[in-house]
Design a protein around this ligand. Structure first.
Ligand SMILES: NC(=O)C1=CN([C@@H]2O[C@H](COP(=O)(O)OP(=O)(O)OC[C@H]3O[C@@H](n4cnc5c(N)ncnc54)[C@H](OP(=O)(O)O)[C@@H]3O)[C@@H](O)[C@H]2O)C=CC1
Ligand SMILES: Nc1nc2c(ncn2[C@@H]2O[C@H](COP(=O)(O)O)[C@@H](O)[C@H]2O)c(=O)[nH]1
Length: 325
């Protein structure tokens, strides 16, 4: 099996078919809606909050609200009242079942639910998928996180409408160090491996360091790409602003860090500082331009055309050119 990651793969251009990159369509259909970009900010407390998710929904970007210190039912109702689509997160504990029950009992419309736990290839996730499908049958269910084809096959068979792939590639992740497991360091080839068996959309989650990594994720099978660190350092990001030597930073911490959990138990995340880098809308505009450019290099006009390109693996035992997946 080939092992590679974002930093040692490059995609190969094909003859250009457009006169301007503005002709390239970066939009993606996901769960019955069309979004401007195949990109979603991570459902983490230092990445999204209510105002950011409102802005994303109102401007045709996909979002997943986090589930920490939040009344998800009240949040979903507020989004309903504003006429915005609802996309929330769920765990698998008793309190998460009661959230689903309340949403159903109170008739709250929920468009997307992401079941998001550390080790998503688990019977607990199977039971939660079944519960959501029974109580909220029209809700699109995303389940994860996983890192193997076996897990993708199981989650799909258990009723998930999409799976989220990535165990440990995140910038504030320490799962690899604490447990010895994960896809950190080979996330892109793990994605490729999972996409080969998937029959439903995959969200590639974690490890994106540059905008070009979005096109690489699409090339290797992602329909959507979840990003934390690249979004965490904006002026409106919810993380605390910290000044160091006259420079402004935003706090970015893992959902499984003691900073998020409030205690040091089963900690698999850390805290870092991200330099403040302007407004979120400007980054999204630049990402869109970069993805449009990626599509043009792929010799295409739409996102799916990126899937057709060849690639090279730079350095290491797997180095060489690859004609197809
Ligand atoms: N993508 C990634 O690499 C990772 C992401 N995270 C993120 O951190 C957040 C918190 O995750 P998590 O702690 O799972 O959520 P929760 O604290 O909601 O825990 C979910 C449930 O799963 C159990 N659980 C968690 N990990 C394992 C495991 N390895 N084996 C068996 N049971 C487990 C927990 O029990 P108990 O705590 O008693 O074991 C708990 O009952 C999530 O948003 C998650 O996505 C966390 C780690 C890795
Ligand atoms: N192992 C851990 N992974 C975590 C934790 N908190 C979040 N995450 C994952 O990271 C991505 C974001 O990755 P990035 O490289 O874009 O910054 C996020 O979507 C989660 O899947 C954690 O505490 N431990």
């Amino acid at each position: 099996m080939e092992i590679f990651d974002y930093e040692n793969v490059l995609l190969l251009p094909r003859k250009c078919r457009v006169q301007s990159r503005s002709e390239c369509d970066s939009s993606v259909e996901f769960g019955g809606r069309v979004f401007n970009l195949p990109v979603v900010p991570a459902n983490m407390k230092t990445v999204v909050d209510e105002p950011i998710t409102e802005w994303l929904a109102a401007n045709d970007y996909f979002y997943v609200m986090h589930r920490f210190d939040l009344d998800s039912v009240a949040y979903a109702k507020r989004m309903n009242d504003k006429g915005l689509f609802v996309s929330i997160s769920s765990g698998v504990k008793a309190e998460d079942y009661s959230v689903i029950d309340r949403l159903a009992a109170e008739g709250v419309k929920v468009d997307y639910i992401t079941i998001d736990i550390a080790h998503g290839h688990a019977e607990t996730v199977r039971r939660m998928i079944e519960h959501i499908k029974q109580k909220l049958p029209s809700t699109f269910v995303i389940a994860g996180n996983v890192g193997t084809p076996e897990a993708v096959i199981d989650l799909e068979n258990w009723g998930a409408d999409a799976t989220k792939v990535g165990i440990g590639p995140g910038k504030v992740c320490i799962t690899r160090l604490k447990t010895g497991f994960g896809t950190g360091g080979w996330q892109l080839s793990a994605l490729k491996w999972c996409a080969r068996v998937a029959t439903k959309p995959i969200i590639a989650d974690g490890g994106i360091r540059d905008h070009g990594d979005i096109a690489k994720s699409v090339r290797f099978g992602a329909c959507m790409v979840m990003i934390g660190s690249l979004f965490a350092g904006h002026e409106e990001s919810p993380g605390r602003t910290v000044e160091v030597d006259g420079k402004l930073f935003k706090e970015y911490y893992g959902s499984a860090s003691d900073f998020n959990k409030g205690e040091y138990k089963h900690v698999e995340g850390k805290r870092i500082l991200e330099p403040v880098k302007g407004r979120l809308a400007d980054t999204l505009r630049e990402m869109r331009e970069d993805v449009q450019s990626s599509i043009s290099y792929a010799g295409g006009t739409k996102l799916a055309d990126i899937r057709k390109v060849n690639y090279v693996v730079l350095g290491g035992d797997n180095a060489g050119e690859h004609l197809f997946m």
